[in-house]
Design a protein around this ligand. Structure first.
Ligand code: B12
Length: 177
């Protein structure tokens, strides 16, 4: 753990599972990580409908939306969600990441297949970064890359224009951005 960040760098984050994903400890884990760093978290929970995620983002205007998926449907549900989200003008610049088990090949997702194309598809559709358990180093390395990505974000209120505060280039290898 990296320790607490300063108040000026505190992010307001929304964490959510996707509509058909019943797993919830992944969300608890992400919440604990974010809170440990000093960030504010709204956890929308598991099996959250797209409309609820979009509604929460429109209401809270967070600095970051974190989508977690483990049941294997993330590539489909994740694409549907990000396309709907990017179609909302107020959310077109919101930093959004997705991570977890993006395929259906089990456990750590290390099935020998090339997941690069999937990550590219997700980023092309609008995700700022993808943290795939199947990427090199497994889930632990993914969380470390996520941590680095967090450090690269600037809270919306700290930017003059209030515009997009993402930093794609800082996402690092494995965090397809
Ligand atoms: C508990 C469990 C369940 C419980 C969930 C209870 C609950 N409410 O949480 C129940 C019984 C409901 C369940 C159901 C199913 N499950 Co289940 N489940 C598990 C199990 C045993 C543990 C999951 C867990 O809690 N892990 C602890 C959390 C903390 O870790 P995690 O989920 O792995 O998340 C980590 C990473 O993925 C990563 N991460 C996740 N999201 C994100 C996001 C970001 C941004 C980042 C950076 C990182 C990140 O960080 C987390 C911490 O390291 C796993 C197997 C396993 N040992 O992991 C299978 C597992 C996840 N389940 C699986 C499957 C297939 C199912 C079912 C489809 C089974 C079925 N045929 O019905 C259903 C799906 C139901 C649904 N609608 O979603 C598969 C998924 C396979 C895949 N994706 O390739 C697994 C991997 C089992 C397996 N080896 O096949 N499951």
């Amino acid at each position: 753990m990296n320790g607490m960040i300063s108040a000026e760098r505190r992010l307001r984050t929304v964490v959510s599972g996707l509509s058909c994903d019943a797993h919830l400890w992944n969300l608890v884990c992400l919440r604990l990580l974010l809170e440990d760093r000093g960030h504010q978290v709204t956890n929308l929970g598991n099996t959250t409908p797209d409309a609820e995620i979009l509604g929460a983002c429109c209401t809270e205007l967070p600095d970051l939306l974190v989508i977690s998926t483990v049941n294997g449907h993330g590539r489909l549900d994740g694409l549907r969600l990000i396309r709907a989200l990017r179609a909302v003008p107020a959310l077109s610049g919101l930093p959004v990441v997705i991570g977890g088990k993006l395929g259906i090949e089990g456990g750590n997702g290390r099935d020998g297949r090339d997941h690069t194309e999937l990550a590219a598809q997700l980023t092309a559709a609008g995700y700022d970064a993808v943290f795939d358990d199947a990427a090199e180093g497994g889930p632990e390395a993914g969380l470390a890359r996520f941590d680095a990505f967090l450090s690269s974000l600037v809270p919306r209120q700290a930017t003059f224009a209030g515009g997009r505060s993402r930093a794609r280039a800082a996402a690092g290898p494995g965090a397809a951005a």
